[in-house]
Design a protein around this ligand. Structure first.
Ligand code: ADP
Length: 354
C-alpha cells in the first residue's frame, strides 16, 4: 500500500462531515476523523492504532466483526458516553468504513413530541368521556321525563364541552406560537391592552371574591403583536385569580424602565395573595400539562397549558419571565419586554416593521 494512497484515504475520511473511521481487514485503523474521535469520546492523545482502541462499545465491535465476516452492511444505534449514536458499518472493497452521527438531540425532540401526543390525548379523553356519559344519562331521563334532572345534566354537558373547547383553544394557541414565522409588529398602547384584558376577567374575580387592581401609565406605546401580549396578560391574571383565596387581591402593574445597557423595556408584574407554589414545583410550572394540584386546576377549567403558552409568547417577543412565590402567601410573575417606544416615537406603523 503506497503512502500516497494512504494519505489520500486519510484526507477523504477527514473531509467527511459525519464521524468516520476506516479499518483494514486485520483490524488496524487506517484513518479516523475528529468528529469520530469526539463522538466516540476518545481522548485527544489516546492511541488509535487498532480497532480495540477505538471501538470500545461491545455492540459496535461485534457489528464491525459481523460486517467483516459477511460483507453485508448494517446500521445500529448505541448509547455511548451519554449520547445516542447512529452507526453505519459497511465494506469498502476489503476495508471497513464506520460512519457515525449523533442522534441525541433528534431523539430528545422525538420523545418530547411523543409525550405531548400522549398527554394531549389523555387530557382530551376526560371531557370527551364526560360528554358521552352525560349524553347517555340524558337520554334515559328524557325518556322518563324528569325535567329537573334534564336541566342539571344539560348544564354539566355544557361545562364539559366548555372544558373541551378551552383545551382545543389552548392547543391551537400553543401550536400557532411554536410554528409560526416572524410576524409584523404593530404599534400598540400596552396600558390600554392590559386594562382591556383585565376588565374581561372582573366578573370572574368578583364571583371568586378576589379584587383586581391595575396600575399602568395612561399611555404606553410599544411595538409588538397584539395577540401575544393578550395571551401573556390573560393567562397570568387568570391564574392569579384562580389560585387565590376569598378576600384576596391581584395587583397588575405596568411600567417603563431601562435595561443594563440603557435600552427601554416594559415591566409587567402580576402579584397575587393566593396559595403560592412550593419551591420544588416552581421549575416545572411552565411545562405543558404540569399542574401542582390537578384536581383544583381541572375544577376551575384549567388546561395545564396556560403558562407554557405564556412562556412561548414571552420568548417570541424577545422578553423574559421570572416567578417568585411563598407558600400560603402568594406568587408574583415578572415579565420584561424589550423595545418599548417613547410616546413621541414614530406614528407610522410601517416604520416599526422589522
Ligand atoms: P392551569 O390551566 O392548570 O392553570 P397553567 O400552565 O396556567 O395551567 O399553570 C400550571 C400550574 O401552575 C397550575 O395548575 C397551578 O398549579 C400553578 N400555578 C400557576 N399560576 C399560579 C399562581 N398564580 N398561584 C399558584 N399556583 C399557580
Amino acid at each position: 500500500m503506497s503512502s500516497k494512497h494512504s494519505s489520500r484515504r486519510r484526507e477523504l475520511v477527514e473531509s467527511i462531515a459525519q464521524g468516520a473511521v476506516l479499518l483494514a481487514q486485520e483490524g488496524q485503523i487506517l484513518a479516523i476523523n475528529d468528529a469520530a474521535r469526539e463522538l466516540l469520546a476518545i481522548p485527544t492523545r489516546a492511541r488509535t492504532r487498532s480497532a480495540s482502541d477505538v471501538l470500545t462499545h461491545p455492540e459496535l465491535a461485534d457489528a464491525v466483526d459481523d460486517v467483516r465476516d459477511t460483507g453485508e452492511p448494517t446500521t445500529l444505534e448505541i448509547d455511548h458516553a451519554e449520547a445516542l449514536l447512529r452507526v453505519n458499518v459497511s465494506m469498502l472493497r476489503d476495508e471497513v468504513l464506520v460512519l457515525i452521527v449523533d442522534r441525541t438531540e433528534e431523539s430528545r425532540v422525538e420523545q418530547l413530541r411523543r409525550d405531548f401526543v400522549v398527554n394531549a390525548s389523555h387530557e382530551l379523553k376526560t371531557p370527551v368521556t364526560g360528554i358521552q356519559t352525560l349524553a347517555e344519562a340524558l337520554s334515559v331521563v328524557v325518556a322518563q321525563e324528569e325535567h329537573e334532572r334534564v336541566a342539571a345534566l344539560v348544564a354539566q354537558l355544557g361545562d364539559e364541552a366548555a372544558r373541551l373547547a378551552a383545551l382545543v383553544h389552548d392547543l391551537l394557541d400553543l401550536r400557532r406560537l411554536e410554528e409560526r414565522g416572524p410576524q409584523e409588529r404593530a404599534r400598540l398602547d400596552l396600558a390600554e391592552l392590559v386594562r382591556r384584558v383585565v376588565a374581561a376577567q372582573v366578573d370572574r374575580a368578583e364571583a371568586l371574591g378576589v379584587e383586581l387592581s391595575v396600575q399602568a401609565p395612561v399611555e404606553l406605546l410599544f411595538a409588538g403583536v397584539t395577540g401575544d401580549l393578550e395571551v401573556i396578560v390573560r393567562n397570568l391574571v387568570r391564574n392569579a385569580i384562580t389560585y387565590n383565596r376569598v378576600g384576596g387581591t391581584v395587583d397588575i402593574t405596568l411600567r417603563q424602565l431601562q435595561d443594563g445597557s440603557g435600552e427601554p423595556q416594559v415591566e409587567l408584574v402580576v402579584t397575587d395573595t393566593g396559595m403560592g407554589i412550593a419551591p420544588s414545583d416552581l421549575p416545572r410550572i411552565f411545562e405543558r400539562f404540569y399542574r401542582v394540584d390537578p384536581a383544583r386546576s381541572r375544577d376551575t377549567g384549567g388546561t395545564g397549558l396556560g403558562l407554557s403558552i405564556v412562556r412561548h409568547a414571552v420568548e417570541y417577543v424577545g422578553g423574559s419571565i421570572e416567578v417568585t412565590s411563598h407558600l400560603g402567601e402568594g406568587t408574583s410573575f415578572t415579565v420584561l419586554l424589550p423595545e418599548a417606544l417613547a410616546p413621541e416615537g414614530p406614528t407610522d406603523a410601517s416604520e416599526l416593521r422589522r
